[in-house]
Ligand binder design. Structure first.
Ligand SMILES: Nc1ncnc2c1ncn2[C@@H]1O[C@H](COP(=O)(O)OP(=O)(O)OP(=O)(O)O)[C@@H](O)[C@H]1O
Ligand SMILES: [Mg+2]
Length: 415
């Protein structure tokens, strides 16, 4: 049979602390990767540590991004999965058990067990964002997929990620005021994992660390499944501020110097780099002043070390059930800072790599950066949600305006 051609489009809107990025991808042939058809990006405003602090300012930015992407997107971006990162994210693993009703496990038993696992009491100021299937146990034995198996007691375990309700409401407000309906929220780190993590890495244990501008998402995978999710309120913005204060620089100049010459760590023997001169324009000086690259390392190094120590503590406290043999997969814009990888490997005593987004076609060169892993992962998740093949990323999307529209449309088709 010929593969079905599918022109469906998937829309992602990543609202980060430093940038708002939009991406449209086309489904294409069945079983083939998505093809990116449009991208747009603008510096963010009205965001602090991943949380909206000025709704009108953020709305304005989103409106500009949407206007720009609509120039090249085949359909206007009037709905999207919205990627976020801050908002006091918490996670927990939860189990639920049911008796198998007819001796052999059927779909209804699975659904009932999962319902039981999902039934947790969460405080009224929190909202569940993701419910991810972890595993099943049948009569206390781990099983892959229990359907059709004999047993008495079926237990399902899920990973539940929740965020602060008001923060999500504010984000929704900013996005919808820009004319974009929210298909669902996606945690940045979870989306990034979808774009950078291989199944082999999940199987042997890995930690995805998405170091952005205002937040660092930490996701631990073990035995093929997600084990722990946390978001730490720190990122590259702090590094920029440290340089600005340490060297009396305007923030924009500090940001430039950081990106062009910054480093977190340098091997002792690299004497030449200690002497490499960098020119900066401090406040109150009308011409550039020379510093060495090593001066930058001395300011950035301790802060990066502090951030990675916090990541290490998060991993320790999460008590992963197995080794993390695949080590650290670093992504997010700050992973581009030279020396971060080496320092992370040393502090967490794990192999480390810096990862760029993968698994889509026609991604523009400028987007093949760790900063866009979350946006790319979001369109991939959007397709999984749509197709229902979201094993490992299973999630019940809220019935937002767009879903209601789809449901109404389906209802209209029925006799
Ligand atoms: N080459 C580079 N060297 C060092 N830092 C960089 C480089 N490129 C980008 N950054 C930093 O990466 C950060 C932006 O990363 P990213 O786009 O992943 O964050 P974000 O998604 O906007 O924020 P968050 O996810 O924290 O809300 C900025 O702080 C920026 O200074
Ligand atoms: Mg981000």
């Amino acid at each position: 049979m010929m593969a079905q051609r599918d022109d469906r489009l998937f829309f992602a809107l990543d609202v980060g602390t430093s940038k708002v990025a939009a991406l449209v991808a086309r489904a294409g042939e069945e079983g083939e990767p998505l093809t990116v058809v449009a991208t747009a990006m603008e510096p963010a405003r009205g965001m602090h540590e991943g949380v909206v602090v000025d709704v009108p300012a953020l709305t304005q930015v989103i409106r500009r991004v949407v206007q720009r992407i609509n120039r090249s997107s085949p359909l206007p971006m009037d709905h999207a999965y919205v990627t976020f990162s801050g908002a006091r994210v918490q996670s927990q693993n939860h189990r639920g058990a049911v008796g198998v009703s007819h001796g052999v496990v059927d779909k209804t038993d699975i659904a009932r067990a999962e319902e039981a696992a999902k039934a947790i009491a969460i405080p009224h100021n929190r909202e569940i964002v993701h419910i991810i299937r972890r595993n099943f146990r049948l009569d206390d034995h781990p099983v892959g997929w229990p359907e059709g198996m004999y047993g008495y007691r079926l237990e399902a375990e899920v990973h539940i990620i929740s965020a602060e309700k008001t923060a999500l409401l504010n984000l929704r407000q900013a996005v919808e005021s820009a004319g974009v309906a929210v298909d669902g929220f996606v945690l940045g780190g979870l989306a990034a994992s979808e774009a950078v993590l291989s199944q082999q890495e999940r199987d042997v244990g890995a930690v995805v660390v998405d170091i952005g501008a205002g937040t660092t998402d930490v996701l631990i995978y073990s035995g093929g499944e997600i084990w722990h999710t946390a978001v730490l309120p720190m990122g590259g913005e702090q590094l920029t501020r440290d340089l600005a204060f340490g060297l009396n620089l305007p923030l924009s100049e500090a940001e430039r110097v950081k990106r062009e010459h910054g480093a977190a760590w340098w091997p002792e023997e690299a004497q030449v780099l200690k002497e490499e001169r960098v020119f900066v324009k401090p406040f109150g000086q009308n011409r550039s002043v020379a510093i060495t690259r090593y001066d930058l390392v001395r300011i950035l190094g301790p802060r990066v070390e502090q951030m990675l120590q916090a990541v290490a503590q998060t991993v320790r406290e999460a008590q992963p059930p197995t080794q993390l043999a695949a080590g650290l997969i670093l992504t997010g814009g700050t992973a581009l800072l030279p020396g971060v990888r080496e320092m992370a490997a040393r502090i967490l005593r794990l192999p480390s790599r810096v990862a760029r987004p993968e698994g889509v076609r026609s991604l523009p060169e400028a987007w093949r950066s760790p900063a866009f892993a979350a946006a790319v992962g979001t369109v991939r998740l959007a397709r999984l949600y749509w197709s229902g093949e979201d094993w490992g990323a299973s999630w019940t999307p809220p019935i937002g305006p767009w879903w209601r529209r789809v449901l109404n449309f389906l209802r209209d088709l029925l006799p």
